[in-house]
Structure formats: structure tokens, C-alpha cells
Design a protein around this ligand. Structure first.
Ligand SMILES: [Fe+2]
Length: 389
């Protein structure tokens, strides 16, 4: 970006409360905003891990009125959002808590839109299509990956269309995000690995995107460095509170980076793969990230060299191109160390040529590829998918 000729915008609309055990402050936050009755959206994994018990004891000790919805699904659907919306209205709630991974927080965002805007949610697909701001959301993430606690987007699955629909609006920023690293310590190993790769995808995609600007670049670089240093120890031992704290920070920083810096071809492809073949978001991103990086390398060798260095590669005495190539090697080694599958075959998914064409077209039509640093056509997307078969 040329600062003499280009301009940019940046803002953050979510109040972040970061720190071990800061979930205890929830009642005082609820009092501050004068919420009368909160609906907590969460999932069975959070119930089974004991995290919901912890939240409920905090709410009860603070004499907070609340209702529970504990059936959020991975890749939340419009059908589930409808159910929660009905509960929200029936119980006279006035604010939402999304407790969990991106699915719980995205569900809360969907409910907030639905409550304040009549009509099917598909009417609001795309950017800034929501007329009215809905009830406030307090996001309490229990994974370090999606960044949904600070972003202005929700991704919801339309089962009829087998399609993951994105709604992007400034009305969707959570009012508050409580980042309590202790909540990460019950995360299963596999989830910690793939959600961490989601965060790394946000950091790398926003840093290299053609929408990157000085503030998002700074945030993206710091997130890459933190993830390079802390994702392995965090996955190895989720009770390592120092690793959990750094991953939680990295995930939120990467989320802030991509609000403005955007995400690109990795996410463009992972959404249809998730929508059509139920591949978890972080896993799809992890599979796509190295091949998309390879495709994008020539757009800016300098940036990819920086990524390589931050991920611990020795880039001294190398040509710029060789140093940039090391970024792909570093990501591949990280994925290998985390024992994450690297091809569709590894997860027993086989796509026909026709299906590959559909995924590529859907990825292209999503508009996310517009932010890719190297121009990308449907044909390019087909060959990227072919390389991860
Ligand atoms: Fe993501």
C-alpha cells in the first residue's frame, strides 16, 4: 500500500475482556448494559466438558436471569437459528451469549439478525443487507480459531441449498468478547489443531490479501508469529495455560485482522467443501492453505518470506523466491506435526470432475476470491482442488 496515494479505514466495535478467569466478570458486564434476561447458545460438547456448569455458576452467583439453548450443531443451520429465535422471543430475552466455538457464536449472531429483521435469513446474505441491529451478543469463545468473537460475519448453512451462506454486517459485531484462556483447556486435541489452523489461515490470508493495509498487516504478522510459536505446545497439552493464552490472543488478533484485511481463496474453497461434504471448517482450511499459498507465492515474495521467518524458518542467505517458498514448507511441517490430514482422500472424500467444477464455481461466486492477492479463475480453482485430491 502506498501511503501517499492510498487510504484505508479501521475500527473495532467489540469490547474485549482478556484474562484467565475473567468469565467471573460476566454478571457485572450484564449489569453494566442492563440486560434483563440472557439467552445462552451453546452445544453438547460444552455441556459435557463442564464449561456450561462453570458459566451457570457464575450467572447464578450474580443473580442473572437466563435461558439455555444447548443444541447448537457444528456448521449451524438456518433451521437451528429459527428454533433459537423462537425460544428467545417466547422467553422474553433481550441479549444473547454465544458460548463455544464459531458455531455457537455464529448461531447467536444469526438469532440477533432474525429477531430484529422479519423474513427468511437468506434475504440478508452478503454484505450490509441487514436493515436493523438486533439484540446484543456477548461472545465467549472456547476455541482458539474462528475469530467470530470480534468479527462482523456469520456463516450459516442453508440445508435446502447445501450451501454455507455468509452474512456480513456491522450490526453483527458482538458487543463484548470475554476471552478467558482457561476455557480452552478442555478442548479436544483434534479440535485444538484444526481451529488453530483456521486462525493461521485468517492471519496469512488477511496479511497477503489485496485488501491488506498497515494495521491489518501488523495484526496478521503478530498472529502468525504467535501461532508459529504456540500452536504446537497448545495442541500437545491444552492444560498449558500459557500456550492456551497465547493461542486465544492470536486467534482474536487474526479475527480483527480479517475484518478489514479480508480472507480469500482458502476460505472461498473451504466454505463449499464444508457445505457440501461436511468437512469441518478448520480442517478444510488446513488442507487448502499450503496449496493456495503455493499458488499465491509470486504475488509478493517479500510477504511470504516474512511469513516463513515468523514461522521459524531460516531465510538468511536465500534468494527472495527460495525464502518465500519456505513459508509453504513451514506450514506443511506444522500440519504434519499436528497430525492433520492433508488430502480429501485422507478423509475419505472423493470428488468427481463435475463436483470439483461445482465447488470451484461456488468458491468463485462467493466473492471471497476478489481479495486473493493473485487473480484466480474458476479454472485455477479447479486445479487447486485437483492438487488436494
Ligand atoms: Fe475461518
Amino acid at each position: 500500500m502506498n501511503l501517499l496515494t492510498d487510504s484505508f479505514e479501521f475500527g473495532l466495535h467489540t469490547q474485549i475482556h482478556f484474562g484467565v478467569d475473567r468469565i467471573q466478570e460476566l454478571p457485572s458486564i450484564i449489569k453494566k448494559y442492563n440486560y434483563q434476561k440472557i439467552l445462552v447458545c451453546t452445544d453438547k460438547g460444552i455441556v459435557d466438558s463442564g464449561t456450561l456448569d462453570r458459566l451457570e455458576s457464575v450467572l447464578k452467583s450474580g443473580e442473572v436471569n437466563y435461558e439455555l439453548f444447548t443444541e447448537v450443531e457444528p456448521d449451524p443451520t438456518l433451521r437451528v437459528v429459527k428454533k433459537v429465535e423462537e425460544l428467545f422471543i417466547m422467553k422474553n430475552c433481550d441479549a444473547l451469549i454465544g458460548l463455544g466455538g464459531g458455531s455457537s457464536i455464529d448461531t447467536a449472531k444469526g438469532v440477533s439478525v432474525a429477531v430484529a429483521n422479519p423474513g427468511d435469513l437468506s434475504l440478508f446474505e452478503g454484505k450490509n443487507q441487514i436493515p436493523n441491529r438486533g439484540p446484543d451478543i456477548i461472545a465467549i469463545p472456547t476455541t482458539a480459531g474462528t475469530g467470530s468473537e470480534v468479527t462482523h460475519a456469520t456463516v450459516l448453512k442453508d440445508e435446502k441449498r447445501k450451501y454455507k451462506m455468509g452474512i456480513v454486517s456491522e450490526h453483527l459485531h458482538p458487543k463484548v468478547a470475554i476471552l478467558d484462556p482457561r476455557l480452552l483447556t478442555t478442548l479436544p486435541k483434534g479440535s485444538s489443531a484444526i481451529t488453530g489452523m483456521d486462525a493461521l489461515s485468517h492471519a496469512i490470508e488477511s496479511y497477503t490479501s489485496n485488501q491488506a493495509q498497515p494495521i491489518t498487516e501488523a495484526l496478521g504478522l503478530h498472529a502468525i508469529e504467535l501461532i508459529g510459536k504456540w500452536l504446537r505446545p497448545f495442541v500437545a497439552d491444552r492444560s498449558n495455560l500459557e500456550a492456551a493464552s497465547n493461542m486465544m490472543l492470536a486467534s482474536t488478533i487474526a479475527g480483527i485482522a480479517f475484518i478489514w484485511g479480508r480472507i480469500a481463496a482458502v476460505h472461498a474453497l473451504s466454505h463449499p467443501l464444508g457445505g457440501r461434504y461436511k468437512i469441518a471448517h478448520g480442517l478444510a482450511n488446513s488442507i487448502m492453505l499450503p496449496v493456495v499459498m503455493k499458488y499465491n507465492l509470486s504475488s509478493d515474495f517479500e510477504k511470504f518470506k516474512n511469513i516463513a521467518a515468523l514461522l521459524g524458518e531460516n531465510v538468511h542467505d536465500l534468494s527472495l523466491r527460495s525464502a518465500a517458498e519456505k513459508s509453504v514448507k513451514a506450514v506443511e511441517e506444522l500440519i504434519s506435526d499436528l497430525e492433520i490430514p492433508t488430502t480429501l482422500k485422507d478423509i475419505n472424500i472423493e470428488l468427481s470432475e463435475e463436483e470439483i467444477q461445482v465447488v470451484a464455481q461456488e468458491a468463485f461466486d462467493s466473492g471471497m476470491t476478489n481479495a486473493n492477492p493473485k487473480k484466480v479463475s474458476v479454472k485455477d480453482l479447479v486445479s487447486i482442488i485437483n492438487s488436494i485430491k
